[in-house]
Design a protein around this ligand. Structure first.
Ligand code: NAI
Ligand code: UGA
Length: 459
């Protein structure tokens, strides 16, 4: 079977390479010529473990090719995956589906054989049915173009593993059309026992956003308790361990810290609220506004802690931020809590240097106003405070002796709760974590976070 993947960003490039690994002949199509040129040479334009090897292998074998031409794409295959972006369109959170509409329209203009189009992007409920009728209307006379929806649940950093061995597959169709082809495409995973849910368009679309909304809620739930333990005392990690021992709750996604970011969870919970309002359901998803607000408040909290730690530290205190990507094993800085906090500290007059082992380039493109030393030593040299915001392994393994001789002042804020408090306090550092009352000697931040501006350092 020959398959196309339209949109070769994080999702599409992974999907295309994994389809080739499953044995199909694949063409990846994107409107971005630079991206296509890199991929066609077997170079991955972003960081994702195990994907460069897969890409190179299949570009070299000839099983995987890339193009900017929709005509070539339509002629090459009769099964087409849509994996274009669905970013946040406006302040109210509505999803921008113009890439998906545009891609389908462009494809239909060239399709002259019966075809199945399989949507993979994350979309507002109702999109698949709308696109199916658009396909019926715009298909050339004599050709039938059917639509199916097959949402994707991969995590960045584990994209290859999640694609080749997913937790489940969801096929959304209209009365089963397209199911035999979908089962064929995923034959390897299905034979290995991957659970399969075959359902209608709407359920398939909603499963995806429900999963992301649940994950976001789980993170903000534990971070809400972090706000309590910061004031009342208690240990948020022990609390998470204890509730997570209940199998109905589970320990995963209960890591308190600076919260969630990335290209998906934040925009997906906003789009779901906007779509729910469009459906006339008023406040059904209002709790997600609290999930979002609580998540963003964690970033405020880190800014506050830095200001507090450095009150009276002179004209332009120096802050070293460890981490720029939204999570480890990724160079994705879309809505990254780490980069957001770094930029806000810079705006408030701190001298900010950011070190990330992989995301240096993407961070510098997004936030060129910040400094990006090439080494961790370069970033922390002369720092008045060190702030850990992305839990890369090399940061998790830091011990006071690694930094003692480099910094100007021994202040460290662990925004991901991965360092051993006792070790840092014993080492003579002022140490703060989210979800823990500050130790004696490390000043507490007032519970009411009012007057942030009043606390701001004036350059
Ligand atoms: N990044 C991830 O881990 C996951 C993403 N998703 C969803 O997948 C979709 C894509 O996400 P990403 O890959 O992260 O976005 P991305 O922004 O990295 O990639 C989108 C790609 O589509 C291309 N594109 C835009 N318009 C096009 C058109 N008309 N024809 C061909 N190509 C076009 C862009 O040039 C870009 O390369 C989104 O809906 C996202 O929510 C779902 C699961 C995981
Ligand atoms: O729709 C998507 O694009 C994807 O979004 C998330 O995947 P991803 O964004 O790659 O990353 P996650 O591992 O979910 O982490 C998201 C954010 O939550 C944060 N997080 C995660 C777990 C936790 O316990 N605490 C926490 O703050 C991470 O640091 C990160 O900023 C989902 O996990 C995927 O299933 C989904 O396919």
């Amino acid at each position: 079977m020959r398959i196309s993947v339209i949109g070769t960003g994080y999702l599409g490039a992974t999907h295309a390479a994994c389809l080739a690994e499953m044995g199909f002949e694949v063409i990846g199509m994107d409107t971005d010529p630079a991206k296509v040129a890199a991929l066609a040479e077997g170079r991955l334009p972003f960081h994702e473990p195990a994907l460069p090897e897969l890409l190179r292998k299949h570009v070299q074998s000839g099983r995987l090719r890339f193009t900017t031409s929709m005509a070539e794409t339509a002629a090459f295959a009769n099964v087409h995956f849509l994996a274009v972006g669905t970013p946040q369109a406006s302040e109210d959170g509505t999803a921008d589906v113009s890439q998906i509409d545009g891609a389908l329209r462009a494809l239909l203009a060239h399709v002259d054989q019966d075809a199945l189009v399989i949507g993979k992007s994350t979309v507002p409920v109702g999109t698949a049915r709308r696109l199916a009728s658009m396909a019926k209307k715009l298909a050339r006379p004599g050709t039938t173009v059917e639509l199916a929806w097959n949402p994707e649940f991969l995590r960045e950093g584990y994209a290859v593993k999640d694609t080749l061995a997913p937790d489940r597959l969801v096929f959304g169709t209209d009365s089963g059309t397209g199911l035999p082809i979908l089962r064929n495409v995923y034959a390897t995973a299905l034979a290995a026992g991957t659970p399969l849910v075959e359902t209608d368009f709407e359920t398939a679309e909603l499963v995806k956003v429900a999963a992301n909304a649940f994950l976001a809620t789980k993170i903000s739930f534990i971070n809400a308790f972090a706000e309590i333990t910061e004031v009342a005392g208690g240990d948020i990690t022990t609390l998470a361990d204890a509730i997570g021992m209940d199998e109905r709750i589970g320990r995963r996604f209960l890591n308190a810290g600076v919260g969630f970011g990335g290209g998906c969870l934040p925009k997906d919970i906003r789009a779901l609220q906007a779509r729910t309002r469009e459906l006339g359901l008023g406040n059904t998803m209002d709790f997600l506004a609290s999930v979002d607000a609580l998540n963003l408040r964690r970033r405020d909290k880190v800014v506050e802690l830095v200001e507090l730690a450095l009150t009276g530290s002179g004209a332009r205190p120096q802050v070293a931020i460890l981490g720029a990507s939204f999570k480890p094993e990724s160079d994705d800085v879309r809505d990254s809590p780490a980069l957001d906090v770094a930029a806000r500290l810079h705006e408030r007059g701190f001298a900010v240097s950011v070190f990330d082992p992989i995301a240096r380039h993407s961070a510098a493109q997004r936030r060129p106003e910040l400094d990006y030393p090439e080494t961790i030593e370069g970033a922390v040299a002369g720092a008045d405070a060190v702030v850990l915001l992305t839990e890369w392994r090399q940061f998790r393994e830091l011990v006071p002796g690694d930094l003692d001789a480099l910094v100007r002042r021994r202040n460290i804020i662990d925004g991901r709760n991965v360092l051993d408090a006792a070790q840092w306090l014993d080492g003579g550092w002022n140490f703060w974590q989210l979800g823990r009352k500050p130790a004696d000697g490390c000043a507490a931040v007032p519970a009411a976070a009012a007057g942030l501006d009043a606390l701001a350092v004036r350059a």
